[in-house]
Ligand binder design. Structure first.
Ligand SMILES: [Zn+2]
Length: 489
């Protein structure tokens, strides 16, 4: 789909047209969209109103992707900050104008050279109108109130969402989205979320959207694990667990940032203070998750010592991968400390990812009703994910840093080895002891650590050469350098 430049121009107000016009050479005009077919048996469960509702929402999601297409550029500042501006200038101006750092504003310069923060719903007003976004959301809301499967809670959410598009108050619709206890059959996320699109300061949200149909069975299973995990956390810390919901869905469509990053899961809202106040929800985009899982399974069979996973079925690995994913995402709502962003600066993202992985594994080992064997498989999946993060290191550097530090920490402890191109270990209990001791270190950094300490940890353990030993079927540490006996069968 090609975006007309004129469309972009129409979306901006006349008074500031000259400053908006400055747009560096775009790299792509392609609107990122991923569409998936609903399984026929899932489609068959929908009545005609639900089908129409999904149809309207699919249309909105597709069009919402066009907002994202407008923001792709070579310049990391675009479209959130004026070209040529420095980070220092933005941060200084935010001292007197806090709105400059709001995730929901776009910063421009006036003719007088003053910064002005324009709310995103106003910045994109023209294109939102042009694409009929609000009208389509209201039409979907209308269908939601019809037929024997009508869902007034979903209707209230969609109406609030349409209002948010006009007022910019996205908290109001997010609150309604989160406050229901059950999960709607059809659901959609449409808005500005997640900071990955802001490569300049990591503050601004990008447009993305998704719509899909609930997978009742998997949602139920995953929610059980999630509740048990939170129960463990609560007992461990003596604190009340935050409200976290989850949804596994047969995703029909993703657009914008979600499609560009090919997400298989996402947790909303992104603001920690909103999470504390109104809770959060984690969505697993099932077709995307399954797609990635195939790759994961191949690597699992390729790189985990076969004697360690004898008799483990693909189905079991998938269940464990889903649970591990759930625990990791839940971890994002449990990160300790305040102001770590300003203390740990550019190290924050990977330290957070590492924390969530360590917490997920530690909890996995201790959740009631889970066998040690299952948590061992979760640990093995984490090692495999580390290899996949290495392959994807340019696309997702923060994951690569986190998993490499974790692996090297265990290699140094001697609890994990690479033998003839396979990950191997003798005593899984000992591996979990290493995981727990690294968790204590990382937790301390998040609570009150300084950047120096994190930098030292990074320098010591960020050593990706170990992945070469996997690929070349080598060993690390080199077998002749150690006193290990033959590989146990
Ligand atoms: Zn994460």
């Amino acid at each position: 789909m090609t975006i007309e430049r004129s469309l972009f121009l129409r979306s901006i107000s006349n008074s500031d047209r000259e400053t908006y016009l400055v747009r560096p050479e775009p790299t792509r005009y392609e609107s990122p969209i991923r569409e998936f077919l609903l399984p026929p048996e899932v489609e068959a469960t929908l009545d005609k109103h639900q089908r129409r509702e999904l149809l309207f929402l699919t249309r909105v999601v597709r069009r919402w992707g066009d907002l994202y297409a407008l923001q792709e550029s070579e310049d990391a500042r675009f479209p959130f900050y004026p070209s040529g501006v420095t980070k220092k200038e933005i941060l200084e101006a935010s001292q007197t104008q806090p709105e400059i750092l709001s995730p929901y504003t776009i910063i421009r310069l006036t003719g007088e050279g003053e910064f002005v923060a324009i709310p995103m719903h106003q910045f994109y007003k023209g294109i939102i109108e042009e694409k009929g976004v609000i009208r389509l959301i209201r039409e979907a809301a209308g269908e939601t109130g019809k037929g024997k499967n009508r869902d007034f809670k979903l209707q209230a959410y969609l109406r609030a969402l349409a209002r948010s598009m006009e007022t910019g108050d996205f908290k109001a619709s997010t609150r309604i989205w989160l406050e229901r206890e059950d999960e709607p059959i059809v659901d959609a996320v449409i808005g500005f979320n997640d900071i990955y699109g802001d490569e300049f300061l990591g503050r601004k949200f990008s447009p993305w959207a998704s719509a899909g149909v609930l997978d009742r069975q998997l949602t139920h299973d995953a929610q059980w694990f999630l509740n048990s995990f939170l129960g463990w956390w609560s007992q461990e810390t003596g604190r009340a667990a935050p409200k976290v919901k989850m949804r596994v869905e047969h995703t029909r469509i993703q657009s914008g940032l979600a499609a560009r990053y090919e997400w298989s899961g996402n947790s909303l809202p992104c603001q920690p203070e909103w999470r504390r106040e109104i809770g959060s929800k984690f969505i697993i985009f099932e077709p995307s998750f399954k797609d990635k899982f195939r790759e994961k399974l191949d690597s699992f069979r390729n790189f985990i010592n076969p004697s360690k996973v004898l008799g483990i079925t693909d189905g079991f690995i998938r269940l464990v991968a889903l649970r591990k994913h759930t625990a990791h995402e839940t971890g994002h709502s449990l990160i300790p400390g305040e102001n770590y962003q300003s203390r740990l600066q550019h190290h924050t993202a990977w330290i957070k990812e590492l924390y969530c992985d360590l917490l997920a594994l530690t909890g996995y080992r201790q959740v009631r009703g889970i066998s040690p064997r299952e948590s061992e498989v979760a640990m093995a999946i984490t090692l495999v994910d580390g290899y996949l993060d290495y392959e994807d290191r340019r696309k997702r550097p923060e994951y690569h840093k986190a998993s490499t530090v974790l692996l090297n920490y265990c290699l140094e402890g001697g609890t994990i080895r690479v033998e003839n191109g396979f990950f191997a270990w003798t005593d899984s209990q000992a591996v979990f002891r290493d995981i727990d001791s690294l968790l204590q270190i990382v937790e301390q950094f998040l609570r009150d650590g300084k950047i120096k300490g994190v930098q030292d940890l990074y320098n010591k353990y960020f050593e990706p050469t170990v992945y070469q030993h996997l690929i070349t079927r080598g060993s690390f540490p080199k077998i002749e350098d150690t006193f290990l006996g033959p590989i146990p069968e």
